[in-house]
Design a protein around this ligand. Structure first.
Ligand code: NAD
Ligand code: IPM
Ligand code: MN
Length: 369
């Protein structure tokens, strides 16, 4: 049987830096666990624009549709800020999500015990935190029509449209309920049904799917603004949160700080099952290209490494190997290894991106000895 295929798209800024560390991990699983992947690499974002004049070439798009999983670093950066909107780096990522129909974006936020003091919130609020934000990823205001900037009279008007169909809401709700059954069986759905019709529909459809198919799961609803407040007040009240594209974007960055750093948060974007029964999938850290630290060996590679762990779990059915990798990350954090983003205000001696990757490989070695 052919090896499972993996398309790697390092992208821009710190993307290639953190991806180089993931490469070491992939090699380790190949050499030490006999898990050979058929790895190919290509360009996305500004890097693809520089080479081809487009943030995602048709050939790369086609390859992404064929492989078992895509792993992406990050896209964007100030160099591309003045580009036309249609060729901005971020459009490459959005095209991947849309054309692969990756409607369920899983963004876990877990506070590792060794980092509980690095969150901007108190240890007793975040210690032991383990929540999963399920963000709808292919619809809503990110993609709704009409959109654009036009002139009305003597001024410009900017328009985006929040649009959700019943089936789009139902399928992401199912993803959330399925995940909840494997966790603490609890889902909180967030929208603004108090001010948005799309929010009213969202609430109704989530409730209907629940009553019809998942009555055993505990379901609650919350306005997304109150949800943001509750996430910082008492985050451990949540298990799975399901929400729309834009609210999910905001709430997952907020959740990142509960874990200590944006450099810690992985994500999986999943679509419908392929012929082999596994979902179409793209894995990427929640963070961006971090232009302020790019090229300085300061980036934390853990979010990208944990994204690969999610690939092992969700695309390759290798939950035990994913556990092994997550345990190796916990080990190095418990040993006190910290990249600069995990230093806290009083400082310390941070390790470089590559030193963190090497330490995780060493912890894997120890686990397999
Ligand atoms: P960002 O996530 O790139 O950075 C926010 C802050 O977090 C910065 O101070 C950065 O140094 C820090 N940070 C992020 N990741 C880190 C890591 N792994 N290790 C250490 N520190 C880290 O967000 P931004 O500055 O708002 O955006 C920069 C660019 O990235 C923009 O072009 C944006 O569109 C793009 N972006 C891309 C993605 C993606 O590719 N998925 C996600 C978010 C933002
Ligand atoms: C994210 C990013 C993206 C988003 C951008 C880069 C398109 O912020 O993945 O969270 O807004 O979805
Ligand atoms: Mn974001």
């Amino acid at each position: 049987m052919a090896n499972p295929s993996l398309l790697i798209l390092p992208g821009d800024g710190i993307g290639p830096e953190v991806m180089a560390e993931v490469r070491k991990i992939i090699d380790w699983f190949g050499n030490r666990r006999g898990l050979a992947f058929d790895v190919s690499e290509d360009l996305v974002g500004g890097a693809a624009y520089d080479a081809h004049g487009t943030p995602l070439s048709d050939a790369t798009m086609a390859r992404a549709q064929e492989v078992d999983a895509v792993l992406l670093g990050a896209v964007g950066g100030p160099k591309y800020d003045s580009l036309d909107f249609s060729v901005k780096p971020e459009r490459g990522l959005l095209r991947l999500r849309k054309e692969m129909d990756l409607y369920a974006n899983l963004r876990p936020a877990q506070c590792f015990d060794a980092l509980a003091d690095f969150s901007s919130l108190k240890r007793e609020v975040v210690a032991g935190l383990d929540i999963m934000i399920v963000r709808e990823l292919t619809s809503g205001i990110y993609f709704g029509e009409p959109r654009g900037i036009h002139t009305e009279g003597n001024e410009r008007v900017g328009i985006n449209t929040q649009r959700y169909t019943e089936s789009e809401i139902a399928r992401v709700a199912r993803s959330a309920f399925e995940l909840a059954r494997k966790r603490s069986n609890k889902v909180c759905s967030m929208e603004k049904a108090n001010v948005m019709e799309s929010g009213i529909l969202w609430r109704e459809v989530v409730q209907e799917v629940h009553d019809r198919e998942y009555p055993d799961v505990e379901l609650s609803h919350m306005y997304a603004d109150a949800g943001a407040m509750q996430l910082t007040r008492w985050p451990r009240q949540f298990d799975v949160i399901v929400t729309d594209n834009l609210f999910g974007d905001l709430l997952s960055d907020l959740a990142a700080m509960l874990t200590g750093s944006l450099g810690m948060l992985p994500s999986a974007s999943l679509g419908a099952p392929m012929a082999n029964g596994r979902p179409k999938a793209l894995y990427e850290p929640v963070h961006g290209s971090a232009p302020d630290i790019a090229g300085k060996a300061l980036a934390n590679p853990i979010a990208c490494i944990l994204s690969f762990a999610m690939a092992l779990r969700y695309s390759f059915d290798l939950g035990d190997e994913a556990d092994r990798l997550e345990a190796a990350v916990q080990t190095v954090l418990a040993q006190g290894l910290r990249t600069a983003d995990l230093m806290g205000p009083e400082g310390g001696s941070p390790v470089s991106t590559t030193a963190m990757g090497d330490a995780i490989v060493a912890a894997l070695d120890a686990s397999a000895a």
